[in-house]
Design a protein around this ligand. Structure first.
Ligand code: NAP
Length: 313
């Protein structure tokens, strides 16, 4: 690709939002490329089972991601594998995306970098990562056949992935800092009905400990202050997400938490710059909402490109 090419739309991030934006922009005959640093699919590609994407009763995340990727490519979305390092001239007419593999010029940008798991921040977490500490049940669950695991967190991810881990583990204990789960009721009901799943309530993990691999977690009851040890072979951490927006640091489109606020047209504060999916300041972060966002962003990016062209004439 020549660096001088001018894209109509550059999409930063290859999760469901980005791939849908690519599909819609491609179908609208826009010159579009999607830049993704790793495997396409984002968080969806690490989800073992997606059963709330309407029309698809049940599908594993990697398969759904591969289909979306192929579909966007088939309609003309160019795929670039590179890490986006920064964006220059964001407020200008021609925006410049600097990546690990060169620079790209574009009339509009759709930001879909998604979000990644937050760290717990306890001693032992980094040291034992990959040796029992994990953030991805789909990736690492199979290493724990017949073992006892703890899952830390009380949201949809903790409960859903905790249930998934019972396929491999002999016992899964979900440790939650309150006495009520944040997860959707349907997931809660499934977890309560699963005899391999148990709960420790009102408790935080203060340390993940072990010689060369996870052997136990040190706990503190948030109500009584009592401390205890709980033996386990692995600790899966699901304490929320953080937006992947480090490469946008200092740009005036981020909120205090690093998410990107948009209006209903997925427009950010800056003309020609759109955001879609989990990186948005939004309440629901699902494949179905990300794809909807991506479609809207591509639609309005197309409008912007039409005006941009007219402007030049
Ligand atoms: P989340 O909804 O933000 O939940 C994070 C959980 O971790 C909460 O229960 C929180 O406790 C707990 N937590 C946070 N910081 C902690 C700390 N330092 N120590 C101990 N516990 C801590 O995150 P998520 O479950 O990863 O979900 C992220 C988004 O993806 C959500 O919008 C979710 O709905 C969506 N999602 C949906 C599905 C699905 O629809 N099937 C599946 C997965 C994820 P508190 O409850 O006390 O705050």
């Amino acid at each position: 690709m020549s660096e001088q090419q001018l894209y109509d739309v550059l999409i930063v991030g290859g999760g469901p939002a980005g791939m849908t934006a690519g599909l819609y922009a491609g179908r609208a005959n826009l010159k579009v490329a999607m830049i993704e640093r790793g495997m396409p699919g984002g968080q969806a590609s690490t989800t073992h089972l997606i059963e709330n994407f309407p029309g698809v009763e049940s599908i594993d995340g990697p398969t759904l991601s591969m289909i979306m990727h192929k579909q966007a490519g088939d309609f003309g979305c160019e795929m670039i594998t590179a890490e986006v390092e920064k964006i220059e001239n964001l407020e200008g007419k021609i925006k410049k995306v600097i990546t690990s593999r060169g620079e790209y010029l574009t009339k509009t940008i759709i930001l879909t970098p998604g979000a990644e798991p937050k760290k717990l921040g306890t001693p032992g977490e980094d040291e034992l990562r990959g040796r029992g500490v994990s953030y991805c049940a789909t990736c690492d669950g199979a290493f724990f056949r017949g073992k006892e695991l703890v899952v830390i967190g009380g949201g949809d991810s903790a409960v859903e992935e905790g249930i998934y881990l019972t396929r491999h583990a002999s016992k899964v204990t979900i440790i939650h800092r309150r006495d009520q789960l944040r997860a959707q009721k349907i997931l809660q009901d499934r977890a309560f009905a699963n005899e391999k799943v148990s709960f420790i309530w009102d408790t935080v993990v203060e340390t993940i400990a072990g010689e060369n691999k996870v052997e136990k977690v040190l706990l503190k009851n948030t109500k009584t202050g009592e401390t205890s040890e709980y033996p386990c072979d692995g600790a899966f951490i699901y304490v929320g997400m953080k937006p992947n927006t480090d490469f946008l640091a200092g740009l005036p489109i981020l909120d205090e938490a690093g998410y990107i606020p948009t209006n209903a047209k997925m427009q950010t504060k800056i003309p020609g710059v759109f955001a879609a999916g989990d990186v948005r300041d939004t309440v629901l972060r699902q494949v179905v909402t990300a794809t909807g966002d991506g479609a809207i962003a591509a639609f309005y990016a197309g409008h912007y490109v039409e005006l941009w062209t007219e402007d030049q004439e």
